[in-house]
Design a binder for this molecule. Structure first.
Ligand SMILES: [Zn+2]
Length: 279
């Protein structure tokens, strides 16, 4: 069986308020169940943004990314920088609607996406727990305990793996590989599995974002995605709702064509359950 998982990371208010409604209605129309990793906390941190700004300037323009301005829109950028809301506090409470519609909602980081992404290496285990635990608790009390976890910016370390084990996540999605696997921690096998975002670049940029930044046409993008996943029986489509909401005809056609090539689409939790059954 060829299995495709559909992963969306919800980073900021543009993803949550503008991206989700249109992406979800498209997925529902296509009867596709996706996994949404929700940052319940804040998207912005002043220190992290400065750090990232200088780092990005140094690395120059190599990263095949779409500008934040295009993805989020000016209104959402202003809202993020000035108000920096915790996403969980924003109406509407879309999370429960997603779950009721059969999608999976999982946890993306802690109470601040930017700090996790840019400053993880500076955090002690205690500081990381203080970032993680309030987010885990509010997620669990609002939506039930999450089965899956994704780190902001794919930034993980030993402490992150320890938390994933301590809080009994079934799977996480941070490591790079071509197939899901059981990672090791302190020389023993973890109980969670890692489900890599197989179509992301090594910098974690979604496939369609890379292609769109090179001004590829929708037809070319779909063709190259199909080529990319063709030689495997497992793939993860990974993106952000704010970006995909700007390209709905592309997303619709892409999923239709993937299906017509014999791919079955599952949520991450469904896949993790199957994977563990077959171990
Ligand atoms: Zn993120």
């Amino acid at each position: 069986m060829k299995t495709l998982l559909v992963r969306y990371d919800i980073d900021n208010c543009a993803d949550w308020e503008k991206g989700i409604p249109s992406v979800v209605s498209l997925l529902d129309a296509l009867s596709i169940k996706a996994t949404f990793f929700l940052n319940v906390g804040q998207a912005f941190d002043f220190k992290s943004s400065l750090l990232k700004f200088f780092k990005t300037e140094k690395q120059s323009k190599t990263a095949d990314k779409i500008s934040l301005f295009t993805k989020m829109g000016l209104g959402s950028i202003i809202k993020t920088v000035l108000l920096n809301p915790h996403l969980i506090s924003l109406k509407p409470p879309l999370g429960n609607e997603l779950i009721q519609a059969g999608h999976e909602l999982a946890l993306h980081g802690g109470t601040n996406h930017a700090i996790w992404q840019s400053q993880l290496t500076e955090l002690s285990k205690k500081a990381l727990s203080e970032l993680f635990l309030p987010a885990y608790k509010i997620f669990s009390s609002t939506f039930g305990a999450p089965k899956g976890f994704s780190s902001p910016g794919f930034a993980y370390n030993k402490f992150v793996l320890e938390l994933i084990e301590e809080y009994n996540f079934s799977y996480a999605v941070d490591m790079q590989a071509s197939k899901p696997f059981r990672p090791k921690l302190n020389n023993s096998e973890c109980s969670h599995i890692q489900i890599p975002a197989t179509t992301a670049s090594k910098h974690g940029v979604p496939f369609i974002e890379q292609q769109l930044s090179k001004n590829q046409s929708y037809t070319e993008i779909i063709k190259s995605l199909l080529q990319r996943i063709n030689n495997s029986d497992f793939a993860v489509y990974y993106s952000h709702p704010s970006l995909d909401a700007l390209h709905l005809p592309l997303i619709a056609d892409l999923f239709k064509q993937v299906r017509s090539k014999g791919w079955t689409i599952l949520t991450h939790a469904e896949y993790a359950d199957e994977f563990k059954k077959n171990l």
